[in-house]
Design a protein around this ligand. Sequence first.
Ligand SMILES: Nc1ncnc2c1ncn2[C@@H]1O[C@H](COP(=O)(O)OP(=O)(O)OP(=O)(O)O)[C@@H](O)[C@H]1O
Length: 776
Amino acid sequence: MTRTRETAPLPDRDDTGRDDESDSPISAEQSHLDVIYARLDRMRRSTSTRLQTALRESGGTPQARSERESYERMYHDDLTKYDAAEHNLYFGRLDLSDGETRTIGRIGILDDDENDSTLLLDWRAPLSRPFYLATPAAPDSVAVRRHIRTRNRRVTAVNDERLDAGDIDAVSRGDVVNEAALIGALNAARTGEMVDIVETIQREQDLIIRSTHRGVTVVQGGPGTGKTAVALHRAAYLLYTHRDTLSRSGVLIIGPNDDFLRYIGQVLPSLGETGVLLSTVGALYPGVVATRVDDRTGAAVKGDLRMIQVLKNAVRETQSLPSETVTVRFDGYPLEIDRDLVRRARGRARSSRRAHNQARPLFLRAALDELAQQHARRIGSSTIDGSQLLSAGDVADIRDEMESDAEILTALARFWPQLTPDRLLHDFLSDTGRIRAVTRGWTATDREALHRGAGSRGGVTESDVPLLDELAEIIGYDTADDERSEQARWRKQLADAQDALDILTGSAPQDLEDELDPEILMAYDLIDAEQLAARQTQRHSQTTAERAHGDRTWAFGHVIVDEAQEISAMGWRMIMRRIPNRWMTIIGDTAQTGDPAGTTSWGSVLEPYVARRWQQHDLTVNYRTPAEIMSVAADVLAQIDPDRSAPTSIRHSEVPPRAVRVSGDGLADAAVSAATGDGQEAVDDGVTAIIAPDADVAAITARATETGGAAAGVRVLTVTQCKGLEFDRTVVVEPASIVEQSPRGLNDLYVALTRATQRLTVVHSADLPNALAALG
Ligand SMILES: Nc1ncnc2c1ncn2[C@@H]1O[C@H](COP(=O)(O)OP(=O)(O)OP(=O)(O)O)[C@@H](O)[C@H]1O
């Protein structure tokens, strides 16, 4: 073991605030902590005074206003950061062999003395790094690493690790650092929300968090190896290290569902970082909220790359030819739009290779050129020899006039309409005829899966969203179109406001205006048009994350994809459009892939986009699941892929996993009573989940509600819903059905079995799958 010394908890203090052991490490650390908090309080006070001053100021040039707004934002962010750092502000200290001491905490704090001396190093600063990396085998000049535990601004314990003692046991135990603190954190009851791990980041995790690789970093690791924790701390680290660029371009974190995003949502704010955009793939397309999920076949079909050609075909289908000649009137004369004319105009537009909406003006121009000629022939031909009496300029004038002729434009629009992705996708997916026309060679099952038939409830599904994004590319539709109309709206609002002020001023008695009585305020003195317009409109949100969310073409500075194995090929295309520089961190476990549209190979996902410019790190230690539970799950993993080894659990369980067999109709009852303690063992703190086959979730939820009381806090989830989450206790229901319900059923079972931090019960009525023989 690493030689550690835990100092007893701080004794109660007397009224003078002195403890009995004034020379103890706890006392020494308390003095330092007091100094740090005093400085933090001063920083808070001065920032909040500055913020109030900035908020009180008003008026000035637009530039001055925008500068003021960015100061306001900065002060606001600083205050948020100070609040986030309040708890466990100071947690680590390094005593180096040369006598230097470094104190490490959640944020960096400089003293306000004349030397600006460092009171606390940010955990992300390079000088803090040995706190996470030093081991007895490679102490990196660290003699002692001290872990300081605090509560409510009081030091409650300190724990020292001597790294310079050449401890052979410690060397043989490998890389575990801050072991006592780590085990304490891992044993703590869960709250349902993920917490940060700044105090106990492990060496293999730190190497990824601070990786300087500017391409794609893949983090592959079994369940509970801290992949999500690493992803979030990497986001915080990158924002600290590249603050200038990333605060402007933004960091995007993609997770599998809203529950997961809620679960991880507090980690970055607790690290003082609020500007990161968390999103699912289903929420990445501005203005669209996916309200449904497709069934597995639908998701697989829509996620497949075949959809690119299908969508291209669907757009091409809208560039149609008239089945019979269309006649419109212009200037009292008939004009004929026939099949050949439209075909020639379409050919010109298509040969430009521009996106549909961008090629539309070419189509219109070509058609109008021909129609202008047609009209000229009709009205300008000499009755004597048939020669054209109108000049080229006259014909051009006719064409210009046609450009604003509603009847002609409406007639032509049928053959090359202006498209929007959502309308087109909706129309296309609801029409079996259109689907059949563009899916040559597909099976009837796949076509049916694509069809959003009359029986379905409508609304966009998660797998539709990458299709919308793809269509936006093919159509050449971008949110700038919306922005332009937004700008036009703003200009109109401004003009209206100006009118309103003019009317107010104009209706003021003339004699007042003439006399310019300084005592009488005119409307203009109080407010200008821009302010008035701004009051009538909601102010544009200013954070990078908010702006990025509303803009399909936003290029993020860094993108992190969690549970990345579940992303479909079409989903990857959408994500890659958000990150043209391809600076990404991709987190996942290909043994946990449940979605049939997901991936089992990182190379096949990434190489089309980055060739070989990606590197993979493997995480090997399981911080969540105790060894006894992991050994059950490892048997399932061996069936998924015999070449893979399960991660090594760092902890053992007090209660071994067990299986309970019941009759089929007793399943829901048994699951709920196992979750609520079975009457055998009291269920204490923490959270419990029942993970069940999709078809059983409703009945078990109903049973849990009926039993009330203890069952009220129990969550009942499908495997898809529990992905990425963890609970103190889990009850896994009917493993055989979990395996059968999906082509990747074994992967799903592996996920379900690895969610518990303390206790696992399997409740079943059918025989257990072979892989769970050890539980039988
Ligand atoms: N260094 C650490 N110190 C303390 N806790 C840690 C550490 N690393 C991981 N953990 C904890 O282990 C648990 C599992 O971590 P996490 O959810 O990030 O794993 P994961 O690899 O994403 O799992 P899965 O693939 O199953 O979703 C979390 O509670 C996390 O806080």
